[in-house]
Write a protein that binds this ligand. Structure first.
Ligand code: NAD
Length: 358
């Protein structure tokens, strides 16, 4: 059956990088992938056209789609808008509206770019790690929350870390399924020695592990996980953790690779429908210059193939095509070594298409 893909270019470099990802999708379509591509507005671009960062029409398009490819949103011209109209609200609205609770953040370091990392090449070269972060619960959403004044006049801030068993089970099952498509090793990260919520987290992970006998489950306290990530990150395959721990660990893991323009991400619902986007922002400082790196967006397409379209072989082929262009020495400015020549956004996209079709 034809799969519907909604493309949301967004702001800044968004339209430039998404145009290259679209070329890749069209090449895959020409090679037999049964998809229908549609475009829509989000973020500042939607605000300019319709006065809102997530117009009802865009949400309706997203609800109909099987998968969504997003560029990036935001820019300095929108920073003084009231909060509800800022571009980022478009993204948050989509995540909430589509119940995208499972956030997949891979940290992949192509051996060709090992020098870009701040860590020693032998520690990170060939790194391929996936962090699965719970995205719609935990302390970022728990009630009660606020700042109150105590009797002595001192202020006290408070937030609530809360997870229901069903929420833990849902993200756990999502992570086990992902581990099955990778190295079949899942590490659950918690702070079960101190926080009751994560004691329940650990017990729930152990309970559902019985349904995934082919996946090896281990547990790590979050402080140790932070240490292991920078000590021997290649020991890890898939990590699953809470919203806040995942927020912090996934940024640390991304920075192991040293190249923000290379990292894709996905946010999935319970049925595998997902929104795919690079982890970087709209890079207003380089927008319109044709020099942005489109590879994070193109690798987001690879994730879409694997996790929403059930097209693993095509995902592998696309990732291999990215490896081929790096082997050929092609670099956009952000990943070029000092003194190395760089290519444009469009040239990089064309090279991936050629490698894929060749
Ligand atoms: P950013 O990720 O946009 O840029 C950080 C730095 O990385 C900049 O120097 C930029 O030029 C560079 N960079 C980013 N992507 C690149 C690419 N593909 N190729 C080459 N260089 C790249 O982060 P920022 O500057 O903090 O934020 C800019 C805007 O993006 C803000 O409005 C912010 O709110 C928004 N933002 C959006 C998202 C999103 O859409 N998911 C995420 C983060 C930030």
């Amino acid at each position: 059956m034809t799969k519907k893909i909604l493309i949301l270019p967004g702001d800044g470099i968004g339209p430039e990088i998404v145009a290259e990802a679209r070329k890749v999708l069209e090449a895959l379509e020409a090679g037999g992938l049964d998809v229908e591509l549609e475009e829509g507005l989000i973020g500042g671009a939607a605000y300019e056209a319709h006065g809102h960062p997530l117009p009802a029409a865009t949400l309706a398009q997203a609800e109909r789609a099987d998968a969504i490819l997003l560029g990036a949103v935001g820019g300095p011209q929108y920073e003084n808008l009231e909060r509800a109209l800022r571009p980022e609200q478009g993204l948050l609205g989509l995540r909430a509206g589509l119940k995208l609770f499972s956030n997949l953040r891979p940290a992949i370091l192509y051996p060709q770019l090992a020098a870009a990392s701040t860590l020693k090449p032998e520690v990170v070269s060939g790194l391929d790690l996936m962090i699965v972060r719970e995205l719609t619960g935990g302390i970022y959403f728990g009630q009660p929350r606020g700042v109150r004044e105590l009797e002595n006049g001192e202020k006290e801030g408070f937030n609530t870390l809360v997870y229901r068993e069903s929420e833990i089970e849902r993200i756990g099952r999502s992570a086990f399924e992902i581990a099955r498509r990778r190295g079949r090793k899942l590490c659950s990260v918690d702070k079960a020695n101190v926080l009751e919520v994560t004691e329940l987290w650990r017990q729930t992970m152990m309970r559902i592990a019985a349904d995934y006998a082919d996946v090896e489950l281990s547990h790590m306290y979050v402080d140790n996980a932070a240490m292991q990530l920078v000590r021997t990150p290649k020991q890890l395959d898939v990590m699953v953790t809470t919203n806040m721990f995942g927020d912090i660990l996934s940024d640390a893991a991304a920075m192991l690779t040293g190249s923000i323009g290379m990292l894709p991400s996905a946010s999935l619902d319970a049925d595998g429908k997902g929104m795919y986007e690079p982890i970087h922002g709209s890079a207003p400082d380089i927008a319109g210059q044709g020099i942005a790196n489109p590879l994070a967006t193109i690798l987001s397409v690879a994730m879409m193939l694997r996790y929403s379209l059930d097209e693993n072989a095509r995902a592998v082929a696309l990732e291999a095509a990215v490896g081929t262009v790096l082997d050929q020495g092609l670099r956009t400015r952000d990943i070029a070594a000092a003194g190395q020549a760089s290519v444009s956004t469009a040239a990089m996209g064309d090279a991936v298409v050629a490698a894929l079709s060749g």
